[in-house]
Write a protein that binds this ligand. Sequence first.
Ligand SMILES: Cc1ncc(C[n+]2csc(CCOP(=O)(O)OP(=O)(O)O)c2C)c(N)n1
Length: 508
Amino acid sequence: MEAAKQLDELLSRGVRQFVVCGGARNAPILTWVAQIEGAEVYHHFEERSAGFFALGRTMVTGEPCAVVVTSGTAVAELLPAVIEAYYQRRPLVVLSADRPERFRGTGAPQAIEQEELFAPYTDNKLSFWEGLGPLHLNLPLEEEENLGPPSCLEEYIPTVSSFQVATLAQWLQKGIFRGLVILVGGLDEQDREEVFYFCQNLAVPVLADATSGLREALADLSLGDADCLLSENPPGKVLRIGEVPIGRFWRDLETLVEVEVFSLTRTGFSGLARESELVIGSPARVLKGLGEVEPVGDVLELLPLSRQRTHRINELLEAFPDSEPGLVRELSLFATQADSLFLGNSLPIREWNDFAQREQPMTLVRACRGANGIDGQLSTWLGTSVEEGEAWALVGDLTTLYDLSAPYFLKQVTNEKRVLVVLNNDGGRIFERVPRLSEMNAQVQTWMTTAHGRNLAHWAEMWDLGYLKIRCREELDALDNLSDRMTVIEVIPDSTQTADFWARLKQK
Ligand SMILES: Cc1ncc(C[n+]2csc(CCOP(=O)(O)OP(=O)(O)O)c2C)c(N)n1
């Protein structure tokens, strides 16, 4: 199909958000985008960042967002964002300009094998695309091609997919031995209320990730950070709702094969390499369809044990206030003033889950848990928070170093009050939590943690961002007076206190 026709069809599929990147080959597409009435257009020079920002737009709007790139390696830069979109099932669209077919395989300038470059992660033809994952349209264009003005064809109405609630209803009502536990992973905003009432009505213990938006609201049923308690006292059944849960217990389920697992997920990924059941659909829609359910069986008596553990954690956070967990707890008190929070992969999302305050609800908490990458996190965050007033992110230092050009987007977001908290523990300290690391030789440990000894002051200055360095709890008071522009809060935890905190938590 000719390029102009494909682009018009894309409009009929509701594509109105674009992130465009510079280049000559894609100039006809840029000219075409500029003529679309009511289009929301962002721009960046770096395609990797553009791809993640576009992913962020799809995450919050539920609508497709197209990235427009020129030919050559520019297209390849989008692979990480496409993969993340695939595992999150987001409608990220890649519009790549290509040199005409006769150039394929010739080695001519900026001519690479672009056709189906992202297979198996994308649909490559509009007719196959249901808007539930990424799409790649590769458009061969002649040097002076004119795509003409956009014309919107008849609106495409997608078929609403059906789902099966009966299997879930039966599973819930089958006898429960050693209790049922609900694990709530990341949820889209529109699913949260229904999931909340479902958990309240069932009144069984719940482990809710921060990205569910229900971590604090379900505090009464919550097992706190009881991942280890669950692994030691496994329930008979686990119902997972939403994204794949973050904590250790989910991974342990891989070998706890006697625990029956049922996943209710929008993405359709079971998240386990063992046998489990699955229903695919928006959690809110499925739970509405389910109606009232009364599970039979015992209720697992884990809540008192988890309360004791929470008490112990609180004591340790007080004893080691400048440790990484101690500073995360304190930061979580300040972060309640934000409209939204983005959590970077690695330790930030885990430490927030386990140690952030539970009194004040934080409902808009997001993360990229599709492929768990540490790349593109700042760009995704800025893409998700375009319309928000005060948006916070908490990420690691290596995660930040991956995405240094993200602030280019700042001038394009409605409100610039952004607070980027970087936990700078000098490298990938999550690997210190891997039990095997201490037994490895020093050279391998260095390769894994990649300490760099850098700070972000000059990077902040380069992008004209506010900058604060925080080394202890008292210094966090400065967060009460943040300006309206973006501020980088570089938090440098006390490594001795951090090590002592973890060592003491391990002791029974
Ligand atoms: C793109 C990508 N590369 C590598 C990894 C493997 N990885 C997981 S966590 C991590 C270290 C992260 O370091 P940092 O952002 O400083 O956070 P910390 O571990 O200190 O919390 C790495 C390299 C990954 N998840 N994604």
